[in-house]
Design a protein around this ligand. Structure first.
Ligand code: C2E
Ligand code: MG
Ligand code: MG
Ligand code: MG
Length: 281
């Protein structure tokens, strides 16, 4: 009996694995189609000055406009996009679209008043030959100055391999005047010491640390003060309540992002948010 039960369990497990594989393959082919058809859009979340509430920049966050399922967030597809390499053409579109949007903001808003746009870049994109050239060309043909662009690279991805080449590319991009941010800081193994002497301007502290901050503020406090001594600007991610914002201000954290200020906004909502936020402050 026990043997038979084990066999059934094994079969169920096999069927489960098979179903999962089929699901991934289907997702991959649907994603491939979406890349070819351009079924993506960007939402923008403000990166705000924690004291004034003004947006200094906006993070571009990709969404899949699925014809039947509606708008799908990256948790559901970014992993498959990475594995399959589809992140490369998708990322190219994201960069171009984000730059078109910021050039629009620059056209509409008073001189010097336009925030920068921050784009998430996968390590896969850096591994493609010519990524630096791609960024340079995109800036050139959209007419956006490098100062209006920030690139985010996640800490955990950076630790994997081809580190040296990626740092070399980042340093060229930074010398052009593009801001470089380390995303999800604290989730990997790197210490701020490791980031010393690296071509970085900004460190984004992962939401998990912000969530725990009221009960254990030492960790975030430590990151903020060390970052300041290294002349890095800190952005706190995922701020959802006022108590966290107040604590961060007291710690000397200059910038933050989170639902407290705004969730990611569609392209038309962004302009409305910018104008209403400046009136409110
Ligand atoms: P991320 O870069 O760390 O982006 C922040 C994520 O946290 C976003 O999720 C945002 O909507 C969410 N968020 C912001 N504030 C709050 C808050 O107060 N509370 C909570 N609970 N969540 C908040 P989203 O848009 O689902 O993106 C997830 C991840 O997908 C991003 O994490 C980023 O790693 C990746 N991603 C998004 N767009 C792109 C892209 O164009 N290229 C690449 N390579 N990755 C992307
Ligand atoms: Mg990010
Ligand atoms: Mg992040
Ligand atoms: Mg994060």
């Amino acid at each position: 009996v026990a043997k038979g039960a084990g066999k059934n369990q094994w079969r169920r497990y096999q069927r489960h694995l098979h179903a999962e594989m089929v699901e991934r393959l289907e997702l991959r082919s649907a994603l491939d189609h979406a890349v070819n058809e351009g079924h993506f859009l960007l939402h923008y979340q403000p990166i705000v000055d924690l004291v004034t509430g003004y947006a200094v920049g906006f993070e571009a966050l990709v969404r899949w406009a699925h014809p039947s399922r509606g708008v799908i967030t990256p948790e559901e597809f970014i992993e498959v996009a990475e594995e399959s390499g589809l992140i490369v053409p998708m990322g190219r579109w994201v960069l171009e679209e984000a730059l078109r949007t910021v050039s629009e903001w620059r056209r509409i808003l008073p001189p010097g008043g336009a925030p920068y746009v921050s784009v998430n870049v996968s390590v896969r994109q850096f591994r493609e030959a010519g990524f630096v050239e791609q960024v340079r060309n995109a800036l050139h043909h959209t007419g956006v100055p490098p100062q209006s662009l920030m690139l985010e690279i996640t800490e955990t991805l950076l630790m994997k391999d081809d580190e040296q080449r990626i740092w070399a590319d980042l340093s060229v991009l930074r010398e052009m005047g593009i801001r470089i941010a380390i995303d999800d800081f604290g989730t990997g193994y790197s210490s701020l010491g490791y980031l010393r002497q690296r071509p970085i301007d900004i460190v984004k502290i992962d939401k998990t640390f912000i969530d725990d901050m009221v009960t254990s503020p030492q960790l975030v406090g430590g990151i903020v003060s060390l970052a300041r001594s290294l002349q890095l600007v800190v952005v706190a991610e995922g701020i959802e309540d006022m108590a966290h914002r107040d604590l961060l201000v007291r710690m000397g954290c200059p910038l933050g992002q989170g639902f407290l200020f705004s969730s990611p906004l569609g392209p038309t909502e962004v302009l409305a948010w910018m104008t209403s936020a400046s009136v409110a402050v």
